[in-house]
Write a protein that binds this ligand. Sequence first.
Ligand code: CAA
Length: 260
Amino acid sequence: MAYNNLLTNLEEGIYTISINRPDALNALSVAVLTELLEAIRQAKDDDEVKLIIITGHGEKAFAAGADIAEMRDLKALEAREYSLFGQGVYKEIENIDKPTIAAINGYALGGGCELIMACDIRIASEKAKLALPEVGLGIIPGWGGMHRLPRLIGKGQSKFYVFTGEMMTAAEAHNMGLVDKVVPADELIEYTKKIAKTILSKAPISIKVAKAVIDKGMNMDPETGIDYLAEAFATIFSTEDYREGLTAFLEKRKADFKNK
Ligand code: CAA
């Protein structure tokens, strides 16, 4: 499917979505978010899609945030809808039962920074810059970042970066846990695809279940979370792939997982 603000590519099960709005540093207008939602839903329903990479087209920006021009004249109730819409898109990204990787090629600001937080894994170019600058605009981050950021980097650091709007380098974001890996700019996509292929070489059901256990477990009390883990562990033993994985190890060969 062709989009106005996204470039998409499916290769070897890896669906790459590149935000492509060069005149506004890939700022996330409602039109961009609507297309992103459509692309994610399509990816969810497409059995050929095994993993999703979200990146920004061009060298300068992943996404420079929500479209500031679109927000200026919002009334309070419209702002509420606007916030809920963005949150909804990011929830669908977070909840999709396929792995998602943000490949952060440049500025990831405001809503762009919130978008990477909704992905499972974040890989950044060493040139990437990240920030939540909203308080300098007289607003607050509205698409879920203030909920997800403390879970990634803790409450104190979250307040530091939300209150100051200070720009983080990729290395700083990595040290705090907002970014999982930093690579040279010209290796970003190649490295991200390498990681994608590594994930795709593992047992697909194990990845799916691990994602659910980590995500849901974060929102459970420790007792319930550990119980949920035991149930999930037991579920894996009803698959064919678990037997194949363990047998392949014992037979000193590569496992041939069937997603069954
Ligand atoms: N919305 C709309 N347009 C944007 C934009 C945004 N978030 N970010 C950049 N642009 C536009 C600029 O207006 C400019 O357009 P023109 O060429 O038509 O003037 C073009 O993109 C290039 O930007 P700059 O000239 O500013 O480029 P620069 O290299 O000098 O600066 C920058 C780069 C530091 C990223 C700067 O563009 C900037 O600060 N952008 C805004 C970042 C921001 O505040 N993001 C948060 C938005 S609020 C939000 O996201 C709320 C939420 O949680 C929902």
